[in-house]
Design a protein around this ligand. Structure first.
Ligand code: ACO
Length: 319
């Protein structure tokens, strides 16, 4: 019988510095009221001047490896999804490999903007199920505060920094039941981060696309897993805007108490949003063994992805 891939451990790390909406009131023409009403964001985390994406990744990775009861020596492959790598090369994944001492691991980065974590777990699933690798670290990490233009009020207020990670390996029960990925290069100009520049975005185009694709992608992944929306125990959406999340939940006819939201605290952390939310939901006891968890995201490219996971690990709340 084929090996089934699932999540063995999950972890995250957020920088200590908290930047609230009132900071932006001081530096641009905006207000706490506007930001909260239009986006749902109250504050976000920001790296300090010496902190990098690989630093955040390293801490999240060690937390996920510990949660999986493994050591860095057990890791065979490291995948980092990021739009804000420390450098074009070496990859952030190679830096993490050295930092944690994962001397047996191959390592590479992927560039899929906010959908990167779902692409990452999809790649990991293939390697585990073909038995090429046993334990794979997938990290979503961003230092987006370095990539925003503090003169552009329509984007600067949206983004934050952080990292989340999972270890993917063989599970006896449950596992990653399905993953669905999509891309549309015709939308390449809607959301961009040119090399050496800052994020540019046509907010309303991204908004319309996001509301449509979050529901569609979730339903597609559910269909691939032979489940329907009534069987979702927890939805972990990409954390871009509370209005996008609420509209997506409505399309899935899902109560908001089954949807995990933390963008009020962290803003949009691109590839880090989903794994950080997953880690928090697990630790708060909102995800338990046997639950059907749907991850869904969208981002620059345009890209999107969704995955249905039947949760395999105990614990969380009491850890
Ligand atoms: N403070 C005050 N006013 C503002 C601000 C601000 N920070 N930003 C924009 N405004 C103004 C605009 O200038 C506009 O003024 P005008 O009517 O005089 O021209 C007005 O507010 C309304 O602007 P809209 O763009 O229509 O506002 P909207 O309600 O659409 O909200 C937002 C904008 C929050 C950006 C929304 O469109 C959105 O969330 N879009 C999706 C963004 C997203 O998901 N991005 C992440 C993609 S993931 C990735 O890959 C990085």
């Amino acid at each position: 019988m084929n090996k089934k891939a699932g999540i063995l451990g999950v972890g995250s790390y957020l920088p200590n510095k908290i930047v609230d909406n009132f900071y932006f009131e001081k530096i641009m023409d905006t207000s706490d009221e506007w930001i909260k009403t239009r986006t749902g964001i109250s504050e976000r985390r920001m790296v300090d001047e010496n902190e990098t994406t690989s630093d955040l990744s390293t801490k999240a990775a060690l937390n996920a490896i510990k949660c999986a009861n493994l050591t860095p020596q057990d890791i065979d492959l490291i995948i980092v999804a990021t739009a804000t790598p420390d450098m074009a090369f070496p990859s952030t994944a190679c830096i993490v490999q050295e930092n944690i001492g994962a001397t047996h691991a191959a390592a590479f980065d992927i560039s899929v903007a906010c959908s990167g974590f779902i692409y990452g777990i999809t790649i990991a699933k293939q390697f585990v199920e073909t038995e090429m690798y046993k334990n794979i670290l997938v990290i979503g990490a961003e230092a987006l505060s370095r990539a925003v233009d503090y003169n552009d009020r329509s984007t600067a207020i949206l983004f934050g920094d952080g990292a989340g990670a999972v270890v993917i390996g063989n599970v006896d029960e449950g596992g990653i039941l399905s993953t669905y990925l999509g891309s549309d290069g015709k939308g390449k100009d809607v959301l961009t981060l040119p090399v050496g520049d800052s994020i540019k975005m046509s907010g309303s185009d991204v908004y319309k696309f996001a509301v449509r694709i979050m529901g569609e992608a979730s339903l597609k992944a559910l269909q691939m897993a032979n489940l329907d929306a009534t069987e979702i125990d927890c939805l972990i959406p990409h954390q871009a805007n509370i209005r996008i999340i609420e509209a997506s939940a409505k399309r899935l006819k899902l109560d908001m108490d089954k949807v995990y939201v933390n963008l009020n605290k962290y803003g949009n952390m691109s590839a880090a949003s989903i794994p950080v939310a997953l880690d928090e939901a697990y630790r708060q006891g909102k995800i338990n063994k046997g639950d059907n968890v749907v991850l869904v995201g969208f981002g620059g490219g345009l890209t999107w992805g969704a995955s249905v996971i039947n949760w395999s690990i105990q614990g969380g709340k009491n850890e």
